[in-house]
Design a protein around this ligand. Structure first.
Ligand code: ADP
Length: 201
């Protein structure tokens, strides 16, 4: 399964919850990159400047880390990708990876939220977490990059009949319930029930 949506739509939050519900790992390229930046690994040093500027990390680097991660044993019976693919080149790479494994995507969950809402969420996150890419200018740039490079992927996956569009506005639990209901409608049933989220006011 894939999760797609603009920065601030709540992909990371929902990914964690869906992973628990379906008992598969949530693989977030953003989290992998942030971990590497924090620990000043060789990869971290290569990607830091791109991330701080709100630019995408080059496809070659991103594709390589995803290939590695999906090759780990916990991903053998399924996974949820959060924040990948984000470019048409990444779509092609993921298609190849899945083909090689003789498997295919079950669904692409598109979480929507309007620009005013995502900007205010990201500015709030900036206060709480101090992420280097959550400043007003960088947020604007990330939204532009999303519109230009990632939004077109929605058409690609829609043409394959995979996209489930979910309104990302509302409480965390409500959004999770919307996603679970839409997936169940397509015959994708969660194996685990999950705890209610502690919703920040
Ligand atoms: P958000 O969706 O809120 O922008 P993420 O945590 O998913 O945040 O990503 C943060 C940054 O990590 C991106 O702005 C980009 O620099 C880098 N990144 C994450 N995933 C990808 C990807 N698939 N391709 C290129 N860069 C990526």
């Amino acid at each position: 399964m894939l999760l797609i949506g603009p920065p601030g739509a709540g992909k990371g939050t929902q990914a964690t919850r869906l992973a628990e519900a379906f008992v598969v790992p949530a693989v977030s390229t953003g989290d992998i990159f942030r971990f590497n930046v924090k620990n000043e690994t060789a990869l971290g040093l290569q990607v830091k400047a791109f991330m701080d500027a709100g630019a995408y990390v080059p496809d070659t680097l991103t594709n390589a880390i995803v290939k590695d991660r999906l090759g780990e044993s916990d991903a053998a019976s399924g996974f949820l990708l959060d924040g990948y693919p984000r470019t048409t080149d990444q779509v092609a790479e993921l298609d190849r990876l899945l083909d090689d494994e003789g498997t295919k995507l079950d669904a692409v969950v598109l979480i929507t939220a309007d620009t005013d809402e995502v900007v205010s969420r990201l500015l709030k996150r900036a206060e709480e977490q101090g992420r280097a890419d959550d400043t007003a200018d960088v947020i604007r740039h990330r939204l532009d990059v999303y519109a230009e490079q990632t939004a077109p992927l929605i058409d690609v996956y829609s043409a394959r009949g995979l996209v489930i569009t979910i309104d990302g506005l509302g409480a965390v639990d409500v959004v999770t319930d919307r996603i679970l209901a839409a997936l169940a409608d397509r015959g994708l049933h969660a194996t685990n029930t999950i705890e209610k989220a502690a919703n920040p006011s």
